[in-house]
Design a protein around this ligand. Structure first.
Ligand code: HAM
Length: 430
């Protein structure tokens, strides 16, 4: 039987692992320097958790199954609901604000395409318990900090920012019923992702009234914060949302990243739980889906049975990101294998046991050490030492009977006889 890998999954060969680790290590480093601490949760949860508040799109992409006890479960398509559940469970014991990060492996039964798979990794940074949009600014700063640290520049990416609060206020101002808001968000989120006529058709299905549709289309074409005032009129909620966006852009300017950010009313986000500022980061050159997306979700903790505590955060997947970093040549020169400190070669088969003992001793002393399973001619063993990038070669020959090791520097070829005791004393001092 010829077994294939499953559609939408990836195999990570050592060179792919080097790339994956580069991204994951940098996610972690940038999280920590921005004041976040790491958490994780289980890879499956109750199915109902994702059906309740994540929205229809995610609910239709779940890998769900029934366990032997008849419980309906799902592999996590995102970690935000788990975060809300975990924070709720310990809310009185956790010091606030809560600044947590995680890099979970997630599964979504999407149609696989460039940058979208059925299994992927997603960096999450979230701040819980800070009402001011300074927390949203911090999330945006941290995501941008990562992309800049990875080698991208202001010419490469843009953070597009909008507000669900603003869109909700405007939709209600236009007379759209509250119960319909989620359905309309799902349509508006598709605006830049599908052809204009397909978008207008979807909008027509959600909103029958042509006058409301005309107003919504006019709103969706506003291209600057300043022009919004005219459309919002005296609507209090809309004006509050506009003021909040202005404040956010103020914070972003203070933090020195205003040039990376742009107001874009078209950012609505696909998930149902967002309540305020929302944003997505895009590659300027390509037409791929977002590198990163997030926003404020002030009701999710309460919706999951907890207190009403404000929260904001974002998720960045490794797929679109990996393609972009690769295209820009920012994933080059990543070491595939560990380089070896000491390669132990033995001059004849009778010395193999001594070589093995030395290898064990070196490894226990913390050095990276390896040897040839086959042994054979010293020249061949040296070749193998070069192939694994060994810095030094320790040769066990006849002089080993008198406690002497031959240590060869693989960079300059120089060779030295050293007493085994002195060699290990030196190693300990390093
Ligand atoms: P999301 O927009 O569904 O948000 O996903 C965020 C990012 O995850 C996307 O921009 C993309 O980079 C990546 N992503 C999503 N689906 C896939 C896929 N099928 N294949 C590859 N990459 C994918 C969330 O998941 C929110 N929970 C983020 C969040 C955290 N909001 C607040 N805190």
């Amino acid at each position: 039987m010829n077994i294939q890998s499953v559609k939408g999954t990836r195999d990570f060969y050592p060179e792919d692992m080097a790339r994956r680790n580069f991204i994951a290590d940098l996610w972690k480093e940038v999280s920590i320097r921005n004041g976040f601490v790491e958490y994780d949760g289980p890879i499956f949860e109750y199915l109902a958790m994702y059906q309740q508040k994540s929205g229809d799109e995610i609910a239709s992409q779940l890998f769900a199954f029934e366990d032997r006890g008849g419980r309906m479960l799902a592999i996590r398509p995102e970690i935000t609901p788990t975060l809300a559940r975990m924070v709720n469970q310990r809310i009185n014991a956790l010091p606030r604000p809560i600044k947590w990060f995680s890099s979970p492996r997630l599964c979504r039964a999407e149609r696989p395409q460039k940058g979208r798979l059925r299994e992927f990794f997603q960096w999450n940074i979230d701040i819980i318990g800070v009402e001011d949009c300074l927390a949203d600014a911090e999330i945006i700063f941290c995501a941008a900090d990562f992309l800049l640290a990875a080698g991208m520049t202001a010419a490469d990416f843009v953070v597009r920012i909008s507000s669900r609060r603003l869109i909700a206020a405007m939709l209600e101002y236009f007379g759209v019923e509250k119960e319909k808001l989620n359905a309309v968000y799902a349509v508006l989120d598709k605006k830049s992702k599908i052809p204009q006529d397909a978008f207008e058709k979807m909008l027509e299905e959600a909103i029958a009234d042509s006058d409301k549709r005309r107003k919504i289309l006019a709103l969706m074409s506003v291209d600057s914060l300043d022009k919004l005032g005219g459309i919002a009129g005296a609507d209090e909620n809309a004006n509050k949302a506009i003021d909040e966006l202005k404040k956010l852009f103020g914070w972003l300017a203070t933090m020195g990243i205003a040039d990376l950010c742009k107001f874009d009313i078209g950012i609505v986000r696909g998930l149902a739980y967002y309540t305020g500022i929302v944003f997505e980061i895009y590659d300027k050159a390509g037409d791929m889906r977002a590198i990163c997306g997030g926003g404020r979700y002030d009701n999710l903790l309460a919706d999951f049975g907890g207190q009403k505590i404000t929260a904001t955060g974002c998720g960045m997947g490794d797929c679109v990101l990996g393609i972009i970093l690769e295209e820009k040549g920012l994933l080059k020169n990543l070491a595939v294998a560990n380089s070896i400190d000491y390669f132990v070669a033995f001059a004849e088969e009778s010395l193999q046991n001594d070589a093995l003992k030395l290898i064990a001793k070196l490894r226990r002393a913390g050095a990276k050490a390896d040897f040839s399973y086959k042994g054979g001619a010293l020249g061949k063993q040296m070749k193998q030492a070069s192939a694994v990038n060994a810095s030094k070669c320790v040769i066990i020959g006849q002089e080993y009977q008198t406690g002497q090791l031959v240590v060869k520097n693989m960079t300059d070829g120089s060779q030295q006889n050293v007493a085994e005791k002195d060699f290990f004393d030196g190693l300990r001092q390093q």
